[in-house]
Design a protein around this ligand. Structure first.
Ligand code: UDP
Ligand code: MG
Length: 332
């Protein structure tokens, strides 16, 4: 029987955990598959860790729990889950039941038809506020223009991925992780199915607008260098225009002599180009900041503790438990 890994990142979700397991476990048990539910506790400050320990105690065969040492963000938590997953297929899911568990059998059916990635795409964003809906639409349009990977609009992280796709993603160890893009990047046979997204069952959203904005920047900088290169063309066009304007000024001065007025045009060009230059520097800064993050090569997440079947030895596992340091190469 094939093994399905469900990855559930959780950050301060004490209110949502019980409902999640109550709904997902019967659905999984009814399927003709083996399954593991991998819970990543992303540094919760509430009772999440204790509740997860309880769930593990009741279902040690189907539940695994990884407690991270602090809050690393959903993308890092998902990465930890992918590193831990042993399944032939992997499904990341939110704990708040916004990703409907009753869709899982359909995802698996599509996978059995031979698709390697089955995206769950929401057919309506009616449950979102106007601003979130509109900004999301712009974002997907923009990233579609700027990147080569085809990121399906309105797909969350909820999808099914075959083992071969997960193996590729696990090799991509970048720190600044835009998972929606990373999931698509490996390619293989992909298909989308539609679903109606529910309202959050319990608890509160962790993604405010500032976080979504930074998320969008990660997506664009992670998958496109067009914002960097655009300045070459912008600069070239401005230089050409300046050249002709200079020629015009020289001719005019030779023919009509010097005239002093011009404060307004001088001021406008000065301000316009200062703004343009600072924007250009800002965009450079976005990329340099991210290079800075990457070159430090810090781990993407740090594990505090783990509940579940024994992990492979440290040198064979991406997940390093405290006290199980890898032997360093020059140690002999
Ligand atoms: N989450 C996480 N770490 C974070 C923020 C969120 O693991 O730093 C988890 C959260 O517990 C939930 C999922 O990511 O399971 C989606 O979060 P949320 O429902 O708040 O996002 P939204 O659906 O509002 O976009
Ligand atoms: Mg949610």
């Amino acid at each position: 029987m094939s093994l399905i890994s469900i990855i559930v990142p959780m950050f301060n979700e004490e209110a949502a955990i019980a409902d999640f397991f109550a709904e997902v476990q019967p659905i999984m048990a009814a399927l003709d598959v083996d399954y593991e539910i991998i819970c990543i506790n992303d540094g919760s400050k509430d009772a999440t860790a204790g509740q997860l320990a309880g769930v593990y105690h009741d279902h040690p065969k189907t539940v695994r729990v990884l407690n991270l040492s602090r809050n690393f963000g959903k993308e890092a938590a998902l990465t930890a889950g992918l590193d831990l997953a042993r399944g032939d297929a992997v499904i990341p899911m939110d704990v708040d039941l916004q990703d409907p568990p009753e869709l899982i059998p359909t995802l698996i059916a599509k996978w059995r038809e031979g698709f390697d990635v089955v995206h769950a795409v929401r057919t309506s964003r009616a449950s979102d506020q106007w601003l979130k809906r509109t900004s999301a639409r712009w974002f997907y349009w923009l990233i579609g223009q700027l990147t080569d990977v085809e990121i399906p609009a309105n797909a969350g992280d909820f999808r099914l991925m075959d083992r071969k796709v997960v193996d590729v993603i696990c090799q991509m160890r970048e720190r600044d992780r835009f998972m929606k893009g990373l999931f698509v990047w490996p390619g293989f046979r992909q298909v989308s199915i539609g679903y109606q997204r529910r309202e959050r069952a319990k608890g509160n959203t962790k993604f405010g607008y500032w976080r979504l904005w930074n998320f969008a920047l990660s997506g664009i900088t992670g998958f496109s260098t067009i914002p960097l290169r655009a300045w070459t063309y912008c600069g070239f066009i401005i230089s050409m225009a300046s050249f002709f304007f200079a020629a015009y000024l020289i001719v005019r001065t030779l023919v009509f002599g010097v005239d002093v007025p011009g404060y307004a045009s001088l001021m406008v060009t000065l301000l316009f180009f200062s703004g343009l230059q600072i924007t250009g520097i800002g965009i450079l800064g976005e990329y340099i900041g991210r290079i800075h993050g990457e070159v430090k090569r810090r781990p993407i997440y740090v594990v505090d503790s783990y509940l579940g079947p024994q992990l492979p030895a440290a040198e064979n596992s991406a997940v390093i438990l405290p006290g199980a340091a890898r032997p360093r190469p020059h140690d002999g």
